[in-house]
Design a protein around this ligand. Structure first.
Ligand code: PLP
Length: 388
């Protein structure tokens, strides 16, 4: 990479050196097809891959038999949502989606809606909420009203990729299960940043991507059956019948071993990362007038990812500041939708105006970020800002 200071860890993370070391032999000397059970090399690959799957499952406290390996969160989400809603034995035609979900969820919902599925969108608490509710977290009263005996699936992410809000998933699960529906959580931003226990939280389906927790890109997993509720999925990719016919295609031992190594490294050190994030915020706030936080309070670690900083500027657009500060990698919205010039749907859903959303920026501090990098980034950001 160019020698820019990387503060965009919600977009992706570097592959941890320990992950690369664990993965490499399975690409070179030990490359056999794990489905070739007629020879020892294939069986060796299958054994190592299955041990890795056990590691991943046990880290999120799900049965290994419920784990499906995919190419990443987008595929996992597609399989979870389309798989449940289009299963021939699913008799419920209604689905619920939180308004601040990633496009990987929203776009699947829109597509299912076109083919006849009914979709309800549940809002989050606005930025300006005056009561004790946490901005950016799901409105549980509206969720209760939205879920009916026709609801098959409710989709609520664990943590938001833009402003880091952490939803009260345990409470969401109780509401969902009282109506006899299943809960799917996009855990893409949560895994590796906070403990996730699907059994304790009551998550039936969970999607994740290894590259968000210091693993490689192009590999992820779906838990389909994290609780004792039955999950029936209609496969979306058919072919050789691998993974109980639910996701065909030769499995990728190197990627799976890498993902298991990455998840096994444990979660980021939240307090250390939060202190770097706070150092960034305090320095910028001390040098630039009128900055305002988007999302939950930075001093509420239970409601906000520790490395996340999202704020709005008084007059300057986020894109303009980014272009003027090429030495720092940060973002003006979610990376996955940055090809789309429209204002962040997440910030709009929190009640920000279009102009406020466009004046917003997102930073993500990561495992290898140093205090010196934060200080240097602040210097470059402030210098660039003073030229406006
Ligand atoms: C919350 C969330 N969900 C889903 C995705 C999609 O992940 P991937 O691109 O790895 O499939 C992302 C990626 O930014 C994300 O942040």
């Amino acid at each position: 990479m160019s020698d820019c200071i990387y503060l965009d860890h919600h977009a992706t993370t570097p592959c941890d050196r320990r992950v690369v070391d664990a993965m490499l032999p399975w690409l070179t000397e030990r490359f056999a097809n794990p489905h070739s059970d007629s020879h020892a090399a294939g069986r060796e690959a299958a054994e190592a891959m299955n041990a890795a799957i056990e590691t991943i499952a046990s880290t999120v406290n799900a049965p290994a038999s419920s784990l499906l390996i995919t190419s990443g969160a987008t595929e996992s989400i597609n399989l979870a949502m389309r798989g449940v809603m289009t299963h021939p034995r699913n008799r419920r035609n209604h689905m619920v989606v939180c308004t601040t979900e990633h496009p990987a969820v929203i776009d699947v919902a829109t597509d299912l809606q076109r083919s006849g599925v009914e979709v309800s969108y549940v809002p989050v608490h606005p930025q300006s909420c005056s009561d004790a509710s946490v901005p950016g977290t799901i409105d549980l009263d509206t969720l209760k009203d939205a879920v009916t005996d026709q609801t098959a699936l409710v989709n609520v992410m664990i943590a938001n990729n833009e402003m880091g809000a952490v939803h009260p998933i345990g409470e969401v699960a109780r509401i969902v299960h009282d109506a006899g529906a299943l809960l799917h959580c996009d855990a893409t931003q949560a895994i590796g940043r906070m403990p996730v226990d699907v059994a304790e939280l009551g998550i039936d389906l969970l999607s994740a991507s290894a590259h968000k927790f210091y693993g490689p890109k192009g590999i992820g997993f779906l838990v389909a059956g994290g609780t004792d509720r039955r999950v029936r999925l209609r496969p979306q990719i058919v072919g050789g019948g691998q993974q109980q016919g639910l996701r065909s295609g030769t499995m990728n031992p190197a990627g799976i071993i890498a993902m298991a190594t990455a998840i096994g490294l444990g979660d980021d050190d939240g307090p250390r990362i939060a202190s770097l994030r706070d150092r960034l915020w305090e320095t910028l706030r001390g040098s630039i007038e009128g900055l305002q936080i988007n999302g939950p309070s930075l001093s509420d670690p239970a409601s906000r990812l520790s490395g996340n900083l999202n704020f709005r500027l008084e007059h300057v657009e986020g894109e303009t500041w980014m272009a003027a500060t090429p030495g720092v990698a940060f973002s003006s919205g979610s990376a996955c939708s940055s090809a789309n010039p429209s204002a962040s749907h997440v910030l709009l859903a929190m009640g920000l105006s279009e102009s406020e959303a466009r004046r917003s920026v997102r930073f993500g501090v990561g495992r290898f970020t140093t205090p010196e990098q934060i200080d240097e980034a602040c210097e470059q950001l402030v210098t660039a800002f003073r030229r406006f």
